[in-house]
Design a binder for this molecule. Structure first.
Ligand code: SF4
Length: 292
């Protein structure tokens, strides 16, 4: 029996940085610190942070005389100004890669062209980007929405940092036919691209694949969709105890991948649970291949 863990499983650089900044701020302040919304989309981590005195809020009245940390997804300029006015201190943990996309969006919004962002309209990163575009960007996340767009003389298109690369490519291909001059900015971050690629490669060479992460995490959902297209036996698992013996029936090679907000412990717990089930089923030799 073999367990293979995908490359880039677990916390990305931006999430690690935001967690470090929030904890460091809590240590220095020595009192409750707020985050504007949940710092990351993982309920286990959010519960741990709450115990440490790092509390999510989107109620501006909670912030009087308090320090607030902006999460890796960033916020719109309106929210940023509001936080600066109301809170004692603002710690900006927006991922530097997301910051660059915000600057690009703001620059493009001032030009004479239509701006398309391929992303989830309910995701905080996209809400922030809509804000940096001054409300000018058109947000789409389906091919049918691209098909419905009218012909345009000048367009620019970019993506949410965690967008599915294949979907982005398909939407770009549709826009080529509807635009005289199309500028394409591939703003999907490198960590996301490696994560998606390693998950799809793994999906094609294992008998079952577990995607570990928070159910509300957009990038983890994307990994699930990517894997499911290739490997029908793909399971979205929030906690290791959800892995059941029947999911492993008849398998020899098991894959594990995790989203950008999945803590390393969650991956280790999944490995331990699988080993446990396999040992109970009589497998004596179980190897675990970790990413290099
Ligand atoms: S997925 Fe990429 S852009 Fe998004 S927070 Fe992580 S490192 Fe930054």
């Amino acid at each position: 029996m073999e367990i293979v863990i995908a490359r880039e499983s677990g916390f990305c650089y931006g999430v690690k940085r935001a967690l470090h900044l929030a904890r460091e701020t809590r240590r220095q302040e020595n009192s409750t610190v707020y985050t504007w919304g949940e710092l990351i989309h993982n309920p286990t981590v959010i519960q741990e942070l709450e115990k440490e005195g790092i509390i999510p809020t989107e109620n501006i009245d909670n912030l009087k005389e308090k320090t607030v940390v902006i999460r890796s997804h960033g916020v719109s300029p309106e929210i940023y100004n509001l936080l600066e006015k109301k809170a004692k201190k603002v710690i900006d943990a927006t991922c530097p890669i997301v910051k660059k996309i915000q600057k690009l969006t703001s620059r493009l919004a001032q030009q004479n062209l239509e701006l398309i962002i391929v992303g989830n309209p309910n995701h905080p990163e996209i809400k922030a980007l809509l804000g940096t575009s001054g409300g000018r960007a058109v947000i789409i996340d389906k091919e049918s929405q691209a098909q419905a767009l009218p012909f345009s003389r000048r367009r620019a298109v970019l993506a949410q940092s965690t967008q599915d690369r294949e979907l982005f490519s398909r939407i770009v291909a549709l826009l080529v036919d509807k635009t005289q001059e199309l500028r394409v900015y591939n703003t999907i971050c490198r960590s996301t691209q490696i994560r998606q690629q390693s998950t799809s490669e793994l999906a094609s060479r294992v008998d079952v694949l577990f995607i570990i992460g928070g159910i509300s995490s957009s990038n983890t959902n994307k990994l699930y969709e990517i894997s499911k297209r290739i490997q029908p036996r793909t399971y979205f698992i929030e906690k290791a105890e959800q892995i059941r013996p029947e999911m492993l029936l008849g398998v020899k090679k098991i894959g594990i991948s995790g989203g950008a907000s999945t803590p390393p412990e969650a991956i280790q717990e999944a490995v331990a649970k699988i080993k446990n089930i396999c040992q109970e089923s009589g497998y004596e030799e179980i190897t675990v291949q970790c990413p290099r």
